[in-house]
Design a protein around this ligand. Sequence first.
Ligand SMILES: [Zn+2]
Length: 363
Amino acid sequence: MPGESLEVLGAILESFALNDRNWPEIPFAKLDLTKLVRALIVQVMPNYAKITMGLFAALMTACSQQVSSPIAVHTLTVPVASAETPVPLFPEATGGAAPTRSPVTMPSPTIPASPESFSIGDSLENRPIIAWRIGTGEHIIVLVGGIHGGYEWNSVNLLNELLVYFTENAAEVLPGIQLILIPVANPDGYASGRDFAARFNAAGVDLNRNWGCDWAETAFIWDIPIDPGDGPFSEPETQALQAFFLLVQPDAVIFYHSMQGAVFMGDCGPKHPPAAWMGDLLATATGYPYEEFSIYPVTGDASNWLAQVGIPAATIELSTREQTDFTINLDGVIALQCHFVLGDDYDADPAAWQVCNKVVNDE
Ligand SMILES: [Zn+2]
């Protein structure tokens, strides 16, 4: 499957099903078409027959034609904050600049000086769900904050602090890595306040009970019944995230919540066990315990669905409802990069080792 076909696929995919979204320059060569088709059939088709038929037709067309003519890849749209947009589109980390670490010299001319941003879709109230990309490597790590809106606002602050940090310390996005940060997955909830009601989207749905693994009509947080939506992926925010994950096929995803102070790994039944290596790695780097979530049954969870489609996904619960736990979570993200770039052979790249070694020293 030549790369050109995949570019065409991307263009067709947008025109078919996602025509109101502005996709970034996706690393199409990274796409595993077989995996994508399987995910579409298994996960999406039952819910969006119309959309999926379009996607499926597009995939088949791209596969059969082996198109080689160049198609313009969509240019990035840099969102412009306006008075009507209460959600901060560019990082506004509280307390000014993000914390700094000791400087590391690692020349890397391929890393862009500033992050690129794009919208992966709109919320129910038409707020864009903004993603920021730093680095151009083949290994894609996606970090997501604010799926529980303003109620877990410190997860948004953490994402903004990480965005500022990696922008100012671009050498710490290792060669071979592409970091994509989605600070506010639930922009309507984030804009609506900081109380419990701000956890949900504008329809009152809990966006972390709206995914396809073990979705249930009756959902809970602790013993409080909450609305999981009319069905899996009934909400526009969940649909946008789902489509984005299926398209970019990340190597790893972390969702940040508060406030259990622990790492949990997504899983979905015996066929889709948790990526224990990632739980162990994040626990070692951050100091949060890696635990199995057993406090109450969680249905329709995002990380569990990602596990179901073969993407390792963690839920990191910050320690409190206010703090960002910035330093330890930065260590977690760097450790994850080290895993993909260096594996066990940290000596392979002395410059990268220099960065990774800081995490090792912190352990
Ligand atoms: Zn949460």
